[in-house]
Design a protein. Structure first.
Length: 195
């Protein structure tokens, strides 16, 4: 299991992203300077500047790399029939994509204002809304639409809210996925809007 899930374009670029994200999460995006990132990497500011001109460039690259699987998932989902099986597969694949995005979620939680001000924040929000649209039927009763929205929130909670809870991270992810699938299944089931 010691290998990375996918090859990266450059080790230095990846190290810069990792260290920057760590510092952004620890001390805040606004309070982190390019100089501090360079110092922690033990490289010159010029070497860092070769890869990224600004903090925002680093942050955008992190979002793009970690959020790319979500964009690909949305495109895949648009090509599939709108069946319960497709919706379950969307949740399974989204849960997998979230597994690698935990550092990004931590950053977003701690730096909501900075994310809101960056264009990439809108991209992340649009992709999440696209996923919700793929999960819910537009003419479904409101309670079932809420169930589908709640399924995505449940997966996010599996990453964020359960992060500090006791237990194996993989077990927590699977538990959140199971609940998310139950919500979408209930939204699809007969008499789902009863109540």
């Amino acid at each position: 299991m010691g290998s990375t899930p996918q090859p990266r374009r450059g080790n230095t670029r990846q190290r810069i992203q990792d260290v920057a994200l760590e510092l952004f999460a620890e001390q805040g995006y606004e309070k982190t300077s390019l100089r501090e990132i360079a110092e922690k990497l033990q490289v010159t500011k010029a070497a860092l500047y070769y890869h990224f001109k600004t903090k925002e460039d680093i942050l955008v690259s992190i979002f793009e790399d970690l959020n790319r699987p979500v964009g690909e998932l949305v495109e895949w989902g648009k090509e599939q029939p709108r069946t319960l099986e497709t919706k379950k597969e969307l949740l399974v694949r989204y849960s997998e994509a979230l597994r690698t995005a935990e550092p990004l979620f931590v950053f977003m939680q701690e730096n909501q204002a900075a994310v809101r001000d960056l264009s990439i924040g809108r991209t992340v929000k649009q992709r999440a809304m696209s996923l919700i649209d793929l999960l819910k039927d537009p003419d479904a009763p409101l309670t079932d639409q809420v169930r589908c929205l709640s399924a995505l929130i449940t997966l996010h909670a599996g990453v964020m809210a359960l992060r500090d809870a006791e237990g194996d991270p993989e077990e927590k992810r699977k538990a959140a996925l199971e609940v998310a699938i139950e919500l979408v299944t209930r939204a699809e089931g007969p008499g789902s809007a009863a109540g």
